[in-house]
Design a protein around this ligand. Structure first.
Ligand code: DGL
Length: 279
């Protein structure tokens, strides 16, 4: 009896999700829709976004701090809802934490299978695009398909401000997408979780004939698989809840996360004193 109560309690632990900022909310949406019985804690490192143009040491340190905040909140799994943090630090996190650490992978594999023109364009941060993990994906899936890589400086900042539809965002998107279309790409990979919130805008720019892929649904499936394997899926007998935290200015984060999440949410400041475990 005692054991089953313990398992029940463990299964009710939340799933921790973090990103350099608000972009991972796009992943959180997919996770919550795939696993409606689960509770989530979302931590946005908006006080330190963007990660994409920072040093590896900086990204390692921030990733370690965010993961330790989530582990301290009793997370039963951690989802790294950031492609940039994944390529820099996921191995370190997996070595350190005994719980499942689920991470992002740009959807290059499905894109190369979908493309009929034989050209795929990848939009991501410079840090993601120059990583060995990305080079490996290109080596594996880019043998018969050409893969064009496009870094997008400035886009994460636009999403962090909630500027999804402004002229400045439009100019940036046109600048980054045009060379991909000119190069013959018929499939675009959104290799940064922030860019998913620009999907409607990107669709207007590229028209109906270009396929746009991203990986949040695949991450949700992987999370579900891993939790099922270790028998930690929630029983669904309690009300699930989603809590939001930020390292950035709380009012700004609340406004932007509410807009992206689609309803007004409460956002709490991450107490820096909670983050003391250094990997
Ligand atoms: N959402 C992050 C990603 O998927 C953005 C990285 C950044 O802050 O530059 O890469």
């Amino acid at each position: 009896m005692k054991k089953s109560v313990e398992i029940f309690e463990r299964n009710w632990s939340p799933i921790g999700v973090f990103d350099s900022g608000v972009g991972g909310v796009s992943v959180l949406k997919a996770l919550q829709s795939a696993l409606p019985n689960e509770s989530f804690i979302y931590a946005a490192d908006s006080g330190n976004a963007p990660y994409g143009d920072k040093s590896k040491a900086f990204i390692e340190a921030r990733t370690s701090a965010m993961a330790s905040f989530l582990a301290g909140a009793n997370a039963k799994a951690i989802v790294v809802a950031c492609n940039t943090a994944t390529v820099v630090a996921v191995k370190t996190l997996r070595a350190h934490y005994p719980i499942p650490v689920i991470a992002m992978e740009p959807a290059i594999k499905p894109a190369t299978q979908i493309s009929r023109s034989g050209v795929v364009g990848v939009l991501a941060t410079a840090r993601t695009l120059e990583s060995p993990a990305l080079a490996n994906l290109c080596r594996l899936y880019g043998t018969s398909v050409k893969i064009l890589l496009q870094p997008c400086p400035g886009l994460v900042e636009q999403v962090e401000r909630g500027d999804l539809e402004t002229e400045a965002t439009h100019q940036l998107l046109r600048r980054y997408i045009s060379p991909l279309l000119a190069g013959g790409a018929d499939t675009l990979v959104l290799g940064c979780t922030h860019y998913v919130f620009l999907l409607a805008h990107i669709r207007r720019i590229v028209g109906p004939d270009i396929t746009i892929v991203e990986s949040s649904a695949a991450v949700a499936r992987q999370l579900e698989r891993r939790l099922a394997e270790i028998r930690k899926l929630s029983e669904g007998t309690r009300r699930s809840e989603t809590k939001f935290f930020t390292t950035g200015p709380v009012n700004q984060s609340r406004a932007v996360i509410s807009e992206l999440w689609g309803e007004s949410v409460h956002v709490q400041a991450i107490d820096i004193s909670d983050i003391h475990i250094k990997i």
